[in-house]
Design a binder for this molecule. Structure first.
Ligand code: PMP
Ligand code: GLN
Length: 391
């Protein structure tokens, strides 16, 4: 018999739409994974690590070489100083670190502040931990705002004496928002005042476009003692299946997350840790080419969507485009119904973004669909062709 904790869980929207896409031969712009390979030398590094015998349990905190690479990468890209031994930990993807953070920093009934739409795993992890989500709505761009924004009073109102954790994602899935310095300073001020921990999910840290700049909250003045940064090798190096994630910050935060990690997975696959350690040390030119290539894919897909008649919202980061579906959506349809019809009748899979919202706020997403552009040129061309038939 299932526990109450898991009773409400079905398959994730990503699994469901990927399955439907495969079943119906749809072009899959749903689940966010690249359908092309990461750098050959990094794949080779994993193979070499296996051949060299890195095949037994890794250290629970993470392989020293990877932790040193995480620390060096933080210094190189953000001027952030962390001790590889004590202030860095490794988990099975960012997902495990986020789940572990929920368990490590909240007791049942404690509150966690989330920005909505919010990556679906945050809500599920909060539920597993028995933490109570308090939402701050991100609102779409309008005449007064060029990008997604939030109301300051709503942010302040989301904090209470029970707030233990603030879970932030920048660059943000699914809106593509990159939080500004001013916004981060305000979030940090409220977090500090409430004595909570700020967990910053930066898995899209190397995917920032249109002149936006990714700011690592942990590097803002005074933030280093209450901020835990989480990232992973999935997005930055196109190896989502390797599930190598890490977290860095003050030792007391890292060790709390590691206490959960020790008793859930204990350690993360050793050869992939070594290979991702190598990836973090790739030269700057790699990261420049990477983001240029993604900007090209973004423009390709944005063009296809606009020509088909969708209104594409601005995207400063991550690898998703949100588009307004008003031109095609039937009066009776919400975003889930629209995305299903788009898949079944037009052969294009997209994600309905209301799955990133609590039921009360889901209607704000009903006129939108999320399209992933981390896809090969052939897939993007097929999407262009299918979308053009919608007109
Ligand atoms: N956070 C966000 C915002 C994501 O979109 C994802 C999924 N790509 C993750 C975390 C999960 O990362 P990982 O695959 O490293 O577990
Ligand atoms: N983060 C990916 C997305 O938003 C999905 C990852 C997953 O399926 N767990 O599409």
């Amino acid at each position: 018999m299932e526990s109450a904790r898991v009773a409400g869980f079905g398959p994730t929207v990503f699994s469901e739409f990927s399955r439907l896409a495969a079943q119906h031969g749809a072009v899959n712009l749903g689940q966010g994974f690249p359908d092309f390979e990461g750098p050959e030398e990094i794949a080779q590094a994993a193979i070499d690590a296996i051949r060299a015998g890195a095949n037994q349990y890794a250290m629970t905190q993470g392989t020293p070489a990877l932790r040193e690479a995480v620390a060096a990468h933080a210094l190189r890209f953000y001027g952030q100083r962390v001790e590889a031994h004590g202030q860095v930990g490794v988990t099975a993807g960012a997902t495990e670190a986020l789940y572990a953070a929920l368990l490590a920093f909240t007791d049942p009934g404690d509150e966690v502040v989330l920005f909505e739409p919010t990556y679906d795993a945050y809500l599920a992890s909060a539920q597993l931990a028995g933490a109570v989500p308090r939402f701050v709505r991100l609102r779409p761009p309008d005449v007064a705002h060029l990008t997604w924004w939030f109301d300051d009073a709503e942010l302040e109102g989301a904090f209470s004496s029970k707030t233990r954790l603030v879970l932030l994602n920048t660059p943000h899935n699914p809106t593509g928002k990159v939080f500004t310095r001013e916004e981060l300073l305000r979030i940090g001020e409220l977090t500090r005042r409430s004595g909570a921990v700020l967990v910053s999910d930066e898995v899209y840290e190397h995917l920032v476009f249109e002149g936006a700049r990714h700011l690592r909250p942990a590097t803002l003045p005074g933030f280093d003692d209450f901020t835990l940064t989480v990232s992973s090798g999935g997005k930055s190096f196109s190896f989502t299946g390797w599930k190598v994630g890490w977290h860095l910050g003050p030792e007391r935060l890292v060790s709390a997350v590691q206490k959960v990690h020790q008793w859930t997975t204990f350690s993360t696959p050793a050869p992939f840790q070594l290979a991702i350690g190598r990836a973090l040390a790739l030269p700057d030119a790699h990261f420049v080419r990477f983001v240029d290539d993604y900007a090209r894919r973004k423009n390709l897909l944005a063009g296809s969507l606009s020509r088909a008649g969708f209104e594409v919202l601005p995207c400063e980061g991550a690898y998703f485009l949100l588009a307004r579906t008003d031109a095609f959506r039937r009066a009776s349809e919400d975003d889930v119904a629209f995305c299903r019809r788009l898949l079944l009748e037009h052969g294009v899979a997209a994600i309905p973004p209301s799955v990133f919202c609590s039921p009360a706020h889901a209607p704000a997403m009903h006129g939108l669909a999320r399209f992933a552009f981390c896809k090969s040129d052939a897939v993007l061309a097929a999407a262009e062709e299918r979308l053009s038939r919608l007109r």
